[in-house]
Design a protein around this ligand. Sequence first.
Ligand code: RP5
Length: 327
Amino acid sequence: MGQFLSRFNIHLHTRMHQYENNLIPIHYKCRNCGMPCDKSKSETTCVNAKYTRTGTKEQPLVNRTVVPDNKVRWSTSYDYHPVEFTSEKVKNSTKEYVDRDPRFDLSVTIPWNQDDRLCDRRSYHGIYKIVGRVPQNPCGRTGITGRGHLGHFGPNHAADPIVTRWKRDANNEIVIHPTTRKPVLQFVCILRKDTREYAIPGGMVEKKEKVTDTLQREFHEETLNFPDMNERDKQKLLATIKDVFENGGIRIYCGYVDDPRNTDNSWMETTAYNFHDGSNEHLALINVHGGSDALSAFWHDLGSETPLYASHAEFLKNVADIHLAHW
Ligand code: RP5
């Protein structure tokens, strides 16, 4: 996974138009490579083998079929027998925004690769291929067919707000990392309820929502739970956040996310923006609290030592590079 984005070579604002392009990375976290993940413990099996969010009372645990590194790309021949899995919740959903399965209902036609009435089905990686009436994951085999826990076949779009400030000491001086001699950034981090991993407080783009609105809504839902704030102060703070989110921000990344929910037919793509308050004027002063899908929310030091959900470490590394900060 560490090599993921460095191999990615995707430039912002571009869309690539090949079905299988070697510049598109192979995924790691949404796949069972069959190898021990922690090389120091020979007995450990790949943590990605176990399909996230399964193993609950309602949903038996699903293990992904093994796909070795050299068999990930669709162009390599492989005696492949993926597990079919779509969660009961997704299968039985009657929501208009959740796809019906065109493999089992031939009357279902979905405008693949288009921005349709309900959602944008275009991928940042260009035109994806349709095989057996459903999209094929552009990053290769995952060991699972179907949608897993995702509502859409093809790309499921998300947005990730990366809110940062400088770490400061008691005298308000920016803290310099003792090893790299670079200033240390902090970002608003959450602990996810589902996988219990640290993550950026991102979320799914909802029906016909603009990415800029998703960024604000998710940041609000997952980190701005103010139990003790009066209504006036709350409204003032929300107005400031709205202003910063609408007028500031650097686009850090858009494209495929190595999300543990991805399958051969459904995958996550995101747009990540950085909102940096370098002078402790607005965002840096927020006391964050967990809400919605977050068990907790807090300011956390940016650095390669923190393991993070999906591809979030790669996004944060880009942020550190842009601000010439410690990583
Ligand atoms: C990741 O899943 C994205 O980068 C985003 O952070 C997140 C969206 O899914 P939910 O948090 O809404 O489950 O792939």
